[in-house]
Design a protein. Structure first.
Length: 290
């Protein structure tokens, strides 16, 4: 059993899991925290959020099924898929407002993944120290990071922050050096199809997942804009007509819709019947979006 676990998870991942389990158990020992946790869970279940996450989970399952049919995914990549689900798919729903605010959100998402730092994080995660060393190293690193963050809050501690950052840099250099040595001495195990798939799998999952996020952001934008119409258009028939005119004018153009919502959202009953002209004015004053 232990051997199968070590084949799936690295010593670093197991040490983090052990410390998180200990911390979570200590936290839940307090009744007030347990009650708060249950209240949050209750609010989540009673709200409409769980429906969105359910749809997201179904969509992710269909992606995995599609990749499985292509023989690109199997159970050996379950760990990476779970990490991606909570680290990218789940978080992206929370950051849906960023998609509407940042015009280059999707481009930045891919660039961040292909940055040297991200590649180094992936490579260093392939190799870890012995479990005992990782169990000691993880809390020390967390403690130093916390000290560095606290020392950055006041100017009188800035010198100490430099010391803590230097310690973190040294530890990071040692991890990278250890990784490079492992790669050089065992290059055949590093340069294999499994590691390559592990590296590009999150990128492929993200690419196929983007349409879901895009249409969810589009839904949020339309819903927000249509809710504003309630305050400007009283007649239900005119309001419904305005919604259809807006939809057929922008349909799936998220960025253009967001610009229109920002610049021309305050519609009134007087210009509702002329909403087509309002949209034409907006488009004539807006350069084409590439």
């Amino acid at each position: 059993m232990m051997n199968s676990i070590t084949q799936i998870f690295t010593n670093r991942e197991m040490s983090i899991a052990i410390w998180l389990t200990i911390l979570f158990s200590l936290v839940l020992m307090k009744k007030e925290i347990r009650d708060s946790f249950l209240n949050v869970a209750k609010v989540f279940i009673e709200s409409k959020l769980y429906r969105i996450y359910f749809l997201m989970t179904v969509y992710v399952f269909l992606i995995i099924l599609f990749l499985y049919r292509l023989n690109f995914w199997n159970l050996s990549f379950l760990k990476e898929t779970i990490y991606w689900y909570f680290g990218v798919a789940f978080v992206s729903l929370f950051n849906v407002n960023k998609i509407n605010k940042e015009e280059k959100y999707f481009k930045r998402l891919f660039i961040d993944y292909l940055k040297l730092v991200a590649i180094l994080e992936f490579v260093t995660s392939l190799y870890s120290f012995d479990l005992i060393i990782e169990l000691i190293l993880v809390p020390i690193l967390i403690f130093i990071v916390m000290l560095s963050a606290v020392s950055d809050t006041q100017e009188k501690y800035h010198k100490m922050k430099k010391v803590f950052d230097a310690i973190l840099s040294i530890i990071g250099f040692c991890v990278i050096l250890y990784t490079l040595i492992k790669i050089v001495t065992d290059f055949s195990n590093f340069a294999n199809e499994s590691n390559l798939t592990t590296f590009i799998l999150p990128l492929i999952l993200t690419t196929i997942y983007l349409p879901f996020i895009y249409f969810f952001a589009l839904f949020i934008s339309y819903d927000t804009l249509f809710n504003r119409l309630i305050y400007f258009i009283k007649n239900n028939g005119d309001k419904k007509n305005a919604k259809w005119k807006i939809f057929f004018s922008f349909h799936f153009k998220l960025r253009e819709l967001n610009r229109f919502a920002k610049e021309y959202a305050p519609l009134s009953e007087e210009n509702d019947n002329n909403i087509v002209s309002v949209i034409k004015i907006f488009k004539s004053n807006t350069r084409p979006i590439i």
